[in-house]
Design a protein around this ligand. Structure first.
Ligand code: ZN
Length: 287
């Protein structure tokens, strides 16, 4: 009985207060804030500078889980281990799957055919590409999933969320046109080189090909590196994109060999729109 009363009190308090939600990665925080505005408190799991493939939450972050009503999962690797623990910690928290209605593509593996270790243990990247948010097309679907779940769980602010959602979709449409314009001089299927293969969906959207240095989450062996350098020369690669969450040692060696630039750009940047414009400009050679 006492438990029931307490639950009732807590529930009514939550209706008056902002909704507490948790996201895995920084771009999701940006998306949820676009739609949730000042009606939602967003806390972030994978703190800047860390990789969502290997992240371990800090004890202080567990407190945010304990008071959250929603968790927006986006299918990054650390969720495989932690989501179950989060659910056990807070059984009232609803987990929303933001990958719903998004068709995942396979990880680019064009040079694996040269790899004699094909049968090696399957890594996280051995099947579907988890980096769905690098595609404006996918982010429209993500935005819709966010909007629907906010409106469902906080119907009083439903119209507010709807207006914000519609504005955000309009922003994404404008962003998409800008990117197309920037890349308009690139030939179809132009290749760009990255260390970690985070940009597969972006490449798909804009008819580009991403050439990754890292193979199935591993740094290439010397023999593989020589083949990559050969390929980069043949493809006239003009820069290598690395991200601060990974070491750029190998990229620097390659860039030095190819006499090209290393450009840091993180798919986990907070300013998602500006970030996509930056990488588009860099791919187009406007750097
Ligand atoms: Zn990744």
């Amino acid at each position: 009985m006492i438990k029931l009363i307490l639950t009732t009190i807590m529930t009514s308090t939550f209706i008056l207060a902002n909704m507490n939600v948790v996201v895995s990665i920084l771009p999701e925080q940006t998306f949820v804030k676009k739609i949730g505005g000042d009606k939602v408190n967003v806390s972030l799991m994978v703190l800047p500078g860390n990789s969502p493939h290997t992240y371990e939450p800090k004890p202080s972050q567990m407190k945010n889980i304990a008071k959250a009503s929603l968790y927006f999962a986006i299918g990054v690797e650390f969720e495989n281990i932690w989501l179950e623990k989060f659910k056990n910690l807070n059984r009232n928290m609803i987990v929303i799957d933001l990958t719903k209605d998004i068709e995942k593509i396979n990880m680019a593996s064009h040079h694996h055919e040269h790899d004699s270790h094909k049968e090696e243990a399957h890594h996280e990247h051995s099947s579907k590409d988890p980096h769905i948010w690098t595609s404006p097309k996918n982010v429209k679907v993500i935005a819709k999933n966010i909007y629907l779940s906010l409106a469902e769980n906080d119907p009083e602010n439903g119209l507010y969320y709807k207006a914000n959602y519609e504005n955000f979709i309009e922003e994404i449409n404008i962003l998409d046109s800008k990117i197309k314009n920037i890349l308009s001089k690139k030939k179809s299927n132009s290749k760009f080189m990255v260390f970690h293969p985070s940009w597969g969906y972006f490449a798909r959207d804009y008819n580009l090909k991403q050439l990754a240095i890292e193979l199935e989450g591993k740094t290439p062996k010397p023999k593989e590196l020589i083949m990559l350098i050969k390929e980069a020369k043949e493809e006239n690669i003009s820069a290598i994109f690395t991200q601060p969450e990974f070491s750029d040692e190998v990229s620097k060696v390659m860039a030095n060999e190819l006499k090209i630039e290393v450009i840091k750009v993180s798919p986990l940047a907070k300013n998602w729109e500006e970030n996509l414009l930056n990488i588009s400009n860099a791919i187009a050679g406007n750097h």
